[in-house]
Design a protein around this ligand. Structure first.
Ligand code: GLA
Length: 382
């Protein structure tokens, strides 16, 4: 039995740049102050013992070279990470693990990426390996691909592992170069509004979008054989292909090309302190996600639509994979209480259920912490 170590792994928000990551494009995420917390040690046994404190669930699994998915989805993410270690020739001996999450589940804040990234980081600390953070991000992503069946990009794992307090990160997903950008919002604040819905087909629709993009790229490559990814396409070249491509693929590619441009424009607008412009870009992003990429849903559209009539809201859009989860809103700070009241009321009237608001700060990425640094009562000694 080794000494226990503690790890914090944050969720993320994404300012703009949605569904661009797996298309080799630009994203603009930030890690948040809400984390999954891990307590880990090597137990000296031939089995792993995992416990999810909040769910009050436990599982024991024998150490293996090949792990199988089981019935508990939270544990599958962990098994997927063990498999990723095994795939790279690192046999992980028996681990005792307790986890507790302060990231709202199902809100699109990437609690699963935090779970995988934090576990991968914790294991490499326990084993004394020196894997770099990109490798850990890839291992965490591999778990989502193979053990959760979601062919996600790298944005969420990147944000969780590389996040910096008070900074958002502009990442080019094809070169993996990134820049830190301070987020100075003056009298404004970002606030999330969780629709509290997750539509059943969200994961399969996500994978479907990925395939549509791949097929759309193939069609574009007929006339542009040297184009490697959708993010290399210029709008002027794409528009000339409108008659030669399937309409559906044309729309998907149009969205990606435009969204990449919006990330660059958002970075410039933030640098110039032009928050009105940032807000407009958020609205345009939503429109593209709704109409061209078709990953929104009535609840998210409604929440965004409601804000158009509020001059204190500069912009809003759905955030993350879509089909549920949150909207991201840029709202005048002094107006936040009224903003919450108005949206809550309207949402309840329209859908007969509540939305919930989540205020987040931009925080640091995955890190070791002292036991004393855990939120109170996270791991009560048993
Ligand atoms: C999910 C995925 C990410 C990214 C976003 C959409 O969060 O995990 O890789 O594709 O959706 O931007």
């Amino acid at each position: 039995m080794t000494a226990k170590i503690y790890v914090a792994a944050p969720g993320r928000i994404n300012l703009i740049g949605e569904h661009t990551d797996y298309n080799g494009g630009l994203v603009f995420p930030a890690a948040i102050d809400k984390c999954v917390y891990f307590e880990l040690s090597l137990n000296g046994l031939d089995k792993h013992r995992f416990q999810a404190i909040d769910l009050d669930e436990k599982i024991e699994v024998f150490v293996a070279n090949k792990y199988e998915r089981g019935a508990m989805s939270w544990a599958n993410y962990l098994l997927g990470v063990l498999q990723a270690f095994s795939n790279r020739g690192h046999q992980v001996p028996g681990v005792d693990l307790r986890i507790s999450s302060a990231i709202p589940i199902g809100a699109g804040l990437s609690s699963s990426a935090a779970l995988c990234s934090g576990f991968a980081f914790g294991l490499q600390e326990l084993l004394g390996l020196s894997l770099d953070r990109w490798t850990l991000a890839e291992m965490a992503q591999e778990s989502e691909h193979n053990f959760a069946g979601v062919q996600c990009g790298i944005m969420d794992q990147f944000a969780s592992l590389f996040g910096k307090k008070d900074r958002a990160l502009v990442l080019d997903c094809s070169s993996r170069e990134f820049r830190e950008r301070p987020i100075e919002l003056d009298q404004y604040q970002l606030i999330l509004c969780d629709s509290q819905v997750k539509h059943d087909l969200a994961d399969s629709a996500y994978n479907e979008r990925r395939e549509e993009c791949a097929k759309g790229l193939e069609q574009f490559q007929v006339s542009h054989p040297n184009t490697k990814s959708i993010s290399d396409i210029d709008w002027d070249d794409l528009i000339l292909e409108v008659a030669f491509m399937d309409d559906l693929y044309f729309r998907r590619l149009s969205y990606v090309v435009q969204e990449n441009e919006r990330v660059t424009a958002t970075e410039a607008a933030l640098e110039a302190g032009n928050l009105q412009k940032v807000g407009k870009l958020l609205y345009q992003s939503h429109e593209g996600l709704e109409q061209l990429y078709q990953v929104s849903c009535p609840e998210l559209d409604f929440l965004v639509d409601q804000t158009y009539q509020l001059p204190q809201v500069l912009g809003a859009r759905m955030m993350g994979g879509g089909f549920g989860g949150c909207t991201l809103n840029l709202v005048k700070r002094s107006f936040i209480p009224e903003f919450r009241d108005r949206l809550s009321y309207a949402y309840r009237e329209r859908f007969g259920k509540d939305c919930r608001f989540i205020e987040v700060e931009i925080g640091d990425g995955v890190r070791m912490i002292e036991k004393a640094g855990l939120p109170a009562d996270t791991f009560l000694d048993v």
